[in-house]
Design a protein around this ligand. Structure first.
Ligand code: FE2
Length: 429
């Protein structure tokens, strides 16, 4: 067989080692040990990890890279972030939103991200963000899957034209229904918004992804309504609750009833570890809550749990670099996911689990699937997270679209090696 690209001696995220990956016509043709084939390009992975691309299932591409416009968030709270975004919105231009979003997509691709679900604010009557991100979606389609969520940032009912705008956005081609029930004026308005939004999605055959209970208030229980409505309307597998941070502070007795409902309803959970740890707990003195949802308990009940990056250099968060390994790293620390199995589950939470939530077709390293993959400078998923390993090669449709050299420091110490790598040093046999 004459292949376009062969990656030799790869380790896969399921633990298989010594694997050759043969790619032709943009498709994975074969995976296995010692495959005899010729190719235009051969990469020796030398035992390094080759993974399907990272998937970021919760992001805000209309706000990204806008840090400092028109000012910085002084308190660091969610509410000041929303107010600040409200100040920036009237100043946005179509061209500037596209330029920043494309710049972020460059970063994302370099970091090995192959798909992003981005919320887009629909509370601007011009639908400027929606039109800009639909254009970005078209432009990046060859190298990045961008899925858009119609997100009524200022409240479906709290903002007078939000509901009408949300429907307009769906008519324009935005494919997922969003919401923000905890930000509505009353608990009852929040509950009604959930019922309304799931019904809109069911009627149109769309998926749902609500910012749900992104608060420290343990009485914010909109996830209960979201799960019940998902079950009632037969929407299992098509609905996600993003953030769910109120679950952190909820009464354990109530949670013992709630988690089985979420599992039975087929609702997925999306945590945003970098943002949750930074934004939640701001009204606490000491102890300060960590604010992440109950990741381990949800997973143990069979609920799919994925992680999003949420923000990069925007009104809510000043940091971030499109690195889903950094996201997993934070989850391990903030949610005590330190066992070997738990750490591996955080790798799944930025790859396979969000791919399923987005409904990506042909995702994963298997013959017949599109050849989208990432070669990491690490031996396995846990080392990848530990080092936030460099993406040595990012492959899309069988072509290398990004390369980053390995990180090697040059040492100048008497009697010590000249070069030092942070990768685990194996004992010589
Ligand atoms: Fe968000």
């Amino acid at each position: 067989m004459q292949a376009d690209l062969i990656i030799q001696n790869a380790t896969l995220s399921d633990g298989r080692t010594g694997q050759d990956i043969v790619i032709a016509h943009g498709i994975v043709q074969a995976i296995g040990p010692g495959i005899d084939a010729a190719a235009h390009e051969v990469i020796d992975a030398e035992g390094r990890l080759v993974t399907p691309p990272f998937v970021d299932c919760h992001f805000h591409m209309d706000a990204t890279l806008s840090l400092g416009l028109p000012r910085l968030n002084q308190s660091g709270t969610l509410l000041e972030g929303i107010a600040l975004w409200g100040e920036l919105k009237p100043l946005l231009t179509h061209e500037a939103v596209i330029e920043r979003a494309l710049a972020y997509c460059d970063i994302a691709v370099a970091q090995g991200i192959g798909a992003i679900r981005s919320h887009v604010d629909v509370c601007d009557d011009r639908l400027l963000g929606v039109e800009a991100l639909l254009e970005v979606k078209r432009q990046v389609a060859p190298y990045l899957d961008l899925q858009l969520v119609a997100f009524p940032q200022d409240g479906l009912y709290r903002s007078p034209t939000a509901r009408e705008n949300l429907v307009r956005a769906l008519d324009l081609g935005v494919e997922v229904v969003g919401g923000i029930p905890h930000f509505e004026r009353t608990m009852e308005d929040g509950r009604r918004s959930v019922v309304d939004l799931v019904a809109i999605a069911a009627e149109r055959g769309l998926m749902v992804d609500l910012h749900c209970d992104e608060t420290d208030d343990p009485n914010s229980r909109h996830i209960e309504t979201l799960a019940a409505e998902t079950q009632r309307l037969g929407m299992a597998g098509r609905v996600a609750g993003s953030h769910l941070t109120s679950m952190h502070g909820m009464d354990n007795y109530y949670v013992a009833k709630l988690i089985p409902l979420i599992a039975e309803a087929g609702v997925a959970a999306i945590a945003n570890p970098l943002i949750n740890i930074a934004i939640q707990g701001r009204h606490d003195s000491y102890p300060k809550r960590r604010g992440l949802t109950r990741i381990a308990e949800l997973e143990a009940a069979g609920v799919p749990v994925a992680f999003g990056h949420d923000c990069v250099m925007d009104p809510w968060y000043s940091l971030g670099s499109g690195d889903m390994l950094e996201v997993a790293h934070m989850a391990i620390h903030a949610a005590h996911l330190t066992s070997q199995d738990a750490m591996r589950s955080t790798f799944a939470a930025v790859t396979t689990v969000p791919a399923a939530i987005l409904g990506l077709e042909g995702y994963g390293l298997a013959p017949g699937n599109p050849a989208h993959l990432v070669l990491l400078d690490a031996s396995d998923p846990i080392e990848a997270i530990r080092l936030k390993a460099n993406r040595l090669a990012v492959v899309r449709h069988g072509a290398i679209v990004a390369r980053t050299p390995p990180r090697l420091a040059e040492l100048d110490l008497e009697g010590r090696p000249r070069e030092v790598s942070l990768r685990r040093q194996r004992a010589a046999s």
